[in-house]
Write a protein that binds this ligand. Structure first.
Ligand SMILES: *Cc1c(COP(=O)(O)O)cnc(C)c1O
Length: 387
């Protein structure tokens, strides 16, 4: 029998809210139409549902529904924003500016473009994980096509000054793309207010289903140029072909609406749990280091390093608590977290780090259980380690 697991890894994914599942269900069965079928009621019902969802998601992101394009998730949205932009801009702009602490779904498309001769400048954030807009300003030139900076980091929860960075980019005629996957639905965000050009998001980080996301492309004059990654049929106004995943899109819309309604309460609840977790851990254990800005941070994130233990042994000991460690940021990447290394941590300390992501259904009792478990584990590991 698998022991009951406590889930505190909500930056990796979230469970689909049962209310979202309920909203999706009829679109697998009764309303199974193809949203591109223009000639009968099955198609119209699907299309109406997609347009309702588009409005729901656009409302959460603070953009016009006509600015929102559905994709398979934030990885695709980031690829479309970055590769699509560089393929479309004129030849004089062959540069990208981004951060060392971006998600792989931004860094890997940048690496791919570097192979094709695009110059990418990687800016290092400060020791608290926040980038100084002046540091970005120093590398953005009139040859820069795109500045890509995430709104909230998926490991350390740090919020970037995206609005200021948009001004920096715009002064040189460059576009600002932000991967807002972790921020949207957790903290107030408005594409309109921060005046960014491209925004990536994903449903499964906001209690929606996996495999659906969106790219917001602001309506500007002149039009923001993007070359599609996928051609065939001209869906999503030619920017992303392929039959729309109607049930998932409906779920995305419903999840967005719930976040909009419940975000304020949820943020105060998860931040109270997060603060309780950190307070109790740091009261009982010495040698803990909080990674990332305290002030500019997602309400549900805690990332800490534990001195005097081996990173690999931490997760093994936390057998019934689902959290992430800094030992391997993704299953395909074995090195210590590139985010923690960019903050200046040693590889040893980066590996001995834990990321907690609190979520909609975590309780105080779970937090207290986890505190106890981590304290006993760390004490035991330090007792046996020669250091
Ligand atoms: C989860 C995540 C992604 C990837 O999103 P998918 O929808 O799973 O492709 C991209 N960026 C950030 C910041 C994330 O947290």
């Amino acid at each position: 029998m698998l022991k009951r697991q406590i889930y505190m890894d909500h930056h990796a994914t979230t469970p689909t809210d049962p209310r979202v599942v309920e909203a999706m269900a009829p679109f697998f069965t009764e309303h199974f139409g193809n949203a591109a079928s223009r000639q009968h009621a099955f198609g119209w019902a699907a299309r109406d549902a997609v347009e309702t969802a588009r409005t729901q998601v656009a409302t959460l992101v603070g953009c016009d529904p006509r600015e929102l394009y559905f994709t398979s998730g934030a990885t695709e949205s980031n690829n479309l924003a970055i590769k699509g932009c560089l393929a479309a801009v004129d030849g004089a702009r062959r540069r990208i500016v981004t951060l060392e602490t971006e998600h792989r779904a931004v860094l890997d498309p940048c690496l791919r473009l570097e192979d094709a001769g695009v110059r990418v400048d990687y800016v290092t954030p400060g020791p608290d994980g926040r980038v100084d807009p002046l540091e970005v300003d120093r590398v953005v030139t009139d040859g820069t096509a795109l500045v890509s900076v995430m709104t909230a980091n998926n490991e350390i929860g740090v919020l970037q000054p995206v609005g200021e960075l948009a001004s920096v980019a715009h002064r040189q005629g460059a576009l600002l793309h932000t991967d807002a996957t972790q921020a949207v639905g957790k903290v107030p965000f408005s594409a309109r207010d921060v005046d960014v050009d491209l925004v990536s998001l994903s449903a499964h980080k906001i209690y929606g289903p996996k495999g659906v996301g969106a790219l917001c492309v602001r309506r500007r004059r002149p039009k923001i140029p993007l070359v599609p990654l996928i051609d065939g049929g001209g869906h999503e106004r030619g920017l992303r072909s392929g039959t729309l995943n109607v049930p998932a899109i409906v779920g995305f819309g419903h999840a967005a609406e719930l976040c909009g309604r419940e975000m304020v309460d949820e943020a105060s609840r998860t931040s109270a749990l997060r603060d309780r977790l950190w307070q109790r851990l740091s009261d009982r254990l010495n040698g803990l280091r909080l990674n990332g800005s305290v002030e500019h941070r997602l309400p549900n994130n805690l990332n800490m390093s534990v001195s005097g233990v081996e990173g690999e042994t931490l997760l093994v000991g936390l057998d019934d608590v689902a959290v992430s460690s800094g030992a391997a940021c993704t299953s395909v990447n074995a090195g210590p977290s590139h985010v923690l290394l960019a903050l200046g941590l040693s590889a040893q300390l980066a590996r001995a780090s834990l990321r907690f992501g609190l979520g909609r259904w975590n309780t105080e009792a779970e937090v207290d259980y986890v505190v106890d478990k981590v304290c006993r584990l760390v004490t035991r590991l330090r007792d046996v380690s020669p250091g």
